[in-house]
Each structure stands twice: as C-alpha cells, then as structure tokens.
Design a protein around this ligand. Structure first.
Ligand code: NAD
Ligand code: DAU
Length: 340
C-alpha cells in the first residue's frame, strides 16, 4: 500500500508516520508538507532513512494548493490521509487568510485529485466544528451534532468537512472523515497549550492561563488518535464521519496544576493572561460509534501518565523545540498581558 500523508512534518502527521513505520512496515509513505512555521523535518528523524540508508518514507516539500504537484503525487497513491492545515486558533484570530487558503482551497485541491484518480481519501478534522458546550451540559458531541464553529480556524475546518461530504455524494469520492478532540504528546508545537507551559517551566517562566481557566478540553494521546485513523482507513464505512475521543475532559486550570506538580512547583504558580476572543468553553466527544462499529479503543487511558511522559519528552528534546520558542513568545507578547 502507498499512502500520501499531507502535513506529515507537523505534530499529528509526523506521529502518524512514526506509528505507521512501527506497526505497518509494508506501507510505503510519501509525506507532502510545505514546512510552514509549524512543520519540522526533525519530526521525521528516524523514519526518513533506516540503518542501511534505505527508506519506506519519502519527503516532498510542497503546498497542497499546488494542483500540479498534488495531482502527480496522488496519481501514484492508494490512500491520501490529509492532516495538513493551519491549525492554531490564536493565529487564525490574528490573520485568517492562510486558513482559508490551506484549509479550504488545499482540501478542494486534494479532493479534485483523488476524484480524478479514484484514490481513497481520509480527512482529518476537529471537534471544534461543533462549537462549544456549557460546562454543565450533560450532552457530548456526536456525529449528529449540528456544525456551529466559533473561530476562523474552526470555520475553515468545517468548510473543508462539508467539501468532503459534497465530493462523496456528488462525485462518488471514496472518503471518510474523522473529527478528533485535543491531542497531546511528543512533537507538538510550543504555541499549543500543553507544550507552551512545559517549555515555559523548563525556562523558569510561569505558565499562562487564558481567562478564568475553567474552559474544558477533552484530551487524547496523539497515538490513540492515529490508531483510530488507521482503524477508519482499514474498516470505516465510505462516506461516514467518526468522532475520535478518549473520555479525557479536564479544565485548563487542572492541566496547568498537573504540569506544575510535575515540576515540583506550587500548583498556583501560574499567571492569568488576556482571554482568547470567542474562546470556546467546553469540548466533549462521544466516540461510541467508533468504539462499537469499528471496535477501536484508546491505550492511553491515564492522562496523568501520558502527561508525565510528554513532560519527559520535552525535557529530553530541547534541540527540537528550542528554535521555535522565542518567536512564539514574542508573538504572544503582542496580544497577551498578565492580569492582576
Ligand atoms: P500542525 O500545525 O502541528 O501541523 C500542520 C502541518 O501542515 C505542518 O507540518 C505544516 O507545515 C503543514 N502545512 C500547513 N500548510 C500547508 C500547505 N498549504 N501545504 C502543505 N503542508 C502544509 O497541526 P496538527 O496539530 O498536527 O494538526 C493536524 C491536523 O489535525 C489538522 O488538520 C488539524 O485541524 C487536525 N486536528 C488537530 C487536533 C489537535 O489537537 N492538534 C485535534 C483534532 C484535529
Ligand atoms: O479540539 C481540537 C483542537 O484542539 C484542534 O482542532 C486544534 O488544531 C488544536 O490547536 C486544539 O485547539 P485549542 O484551541 O483547544 O488548543 P490550544 O492548545 O490552543 O488551547 C487549549 C486550551 O488552553 C484553550 O482553552 C486555550 C487555553 N490556553 C492556550 C494557550 C496557548 C491557555 O489557557 N493558555 C495558553 O497559553
């Protein structure tokens, strides 16, 4: 099998490539990645070449909006797994345009290519397309929840999902979609919540909590997300959407407290900073369909253990994250003040 992985130098895509090498050695992988600020070739260390200098993983630097390049890569593939995106809500509030280009036009470009060549397509999306829930809402998101995105990021992801559904219905494209909750684990960019706080603490800087910090995210380890993606590729029903989640709801405040405890610091040694505009209150996934129809279940069921391993990864891999850290904090300093 030959799989084209878009965004394979980013957080979830690179972990997908590592997992694929470890669990499906016969699968040939071509990564297509633009290497934006969020992509790093270092995230593919250890898979681009094996000990003999051979490799089952090829890397192509390029843009998913480049129709000629996309067509030539897709024409030789059995499956396209589409991770590439502009992925950060805060960036989408500062400058939405790249989100429209990559998330909407990029997805359109891939869909046209898989349509022309009759290639199986899996679309990676987010629970943020459903908007947010109240803290005390007994319901969670399901495949039937109406779309109600809040940010430029989530609205462009919602638009991309709708394009996929239309290409399935009108053109018979063999596609599946997954909408996953918040991922954590190794190789996540330091602009994101958990790595930002871990690397702040390594640098002796206090963690930064947006607003009152009672916002809830539903955490899943990146390897569990990617094992679910393989399950859907191998056994999913064409045209179907599957929600991916691992029952990992935590308030942001409790996550910061757990990270501080991991560094042996007082649990209140953090700063409240300016809240995010339009900040979604709570996400929560009901993954019953994926579990019952396809028999998937997560391996990382203890968030504290997964978080401890993630802290350890950042402690041991400073060379990976150090080059990105200062730019991220300079950018945040333009919009975020510490609140008294
Ligand atoms: P990321 O920002 O870490 O990585 C994105 C990758 O895409 C980078 O390597 C970047 O260089 C590449 N890229 C961006 N624009 C491109 C373009 N025009 N052409 C080619 N490559 C391009 O993102 P992530 O957190 O790994 O997210 C991957 C996917 O998973 C996204 O589609 C995101 O919406 C989705 N998702 C993320 C989460 C999460 O918690 N991070 C949860 C659910 C879904
Ligand atoms: O739910 C899935 C989504 O999860 C993905 O679609 C997105 O690509 C991914 O970035 C993530 O979106 P969030 O906005 O939830 O993640 P982020 O890491 O930016 O923030 C998580 C929570 O932490 C959110 O409530 C904002 C808050 N936060 C974030 C940062 C960076 C802080 O309190 N302090 C911070 O410094």
């Amino acid at each position: 099998m030959h799989v084209v992985v878009t965004g394979g130098a980013g957080f979830i895509g690179s972990n997908f490539v590592h997992l694929t090498r470890a669990t499906r050695p016969d699968v040939r992988v071509t990564v297509l990645d633009k290497l934006t600020y969020a992509g790093s070739l270092a995230s593919l260390d250890g898979v681009l070449e094996d000990a003999r200098g051979d490799s089952m993983v090829e890397f192509v630097q390029g843009d998913i909006c480049d129709a000629g390049l996309v067509d030539s890569l897709v024409s030789g593939a059995d499956v396209v797994v589409h991770f590439a995106a502009e992925s950060h809500n805060d960036n989408s509030l500062a400058d939405p345009r790249p989100f429209l280009d990559t998330n909407v036009i990029g997805t359109y470009t891939l869909l046209e290519a898989v349509r022309r060549h009759g290639v199986r397509y899996h679309h990676i999306s987010t629970d943020e397309v459903y908007g947010d829930l109240e803290l005390d809402d007994p319901n969670r998101f399901t495949e039937a929840t109406p779309y109600n995105p809040s940010s430029p990021y989530s609205s462009t992801k919602g638009a991309s999902d709708l394009l996929v559904r239309a290409w399935v219905r009108s053109f018979g494209v063999a596609a599946t979609i997954s909408n996953c909750s918040n991922n954590y684990g190794p190789r996540q960019h330091v602009e994101k919540f958990i790595p930002r706080q871990i690397t702040n603490l390594i640098d002796g800087v206090r963690p930064k909590l947006y607003g009152d910090g009672l916002n809830v995210r539903d955490w899943i380890h990146v390897d569990d997300h990617n094992s679910a993606v393989w399950t859907i590729i191998e056994r999913g029903q064409i045209g179907a959407t599957y929600l991916i989640g691992a029952d990992g709801e935590e308030s942001n405040r409790s996550v910061i407290e757990a990270i501080l405890a991991g560094f042996g610091q007082p649990v209140d040694a953090f700063d409240h900073v300016t809240d995010r505009a339009g900040h979604d209150r709570r996400y929560a996934i009901d993954a019953s369909r994926l579990r019952s129809e396809l028999g998937w279940s997560p391996v990382y069921t203890d968030f504290a253990d997964g978080l401890a391993a993630t802290i350890e990864w950042y402690r041991n891999n400073e060379g990976w994250w150090r080059p990105m850290k200062q730019d991220v904090e300079n950018k945040y300093a333009l919009t975020q003040q510490v609140l008294e």
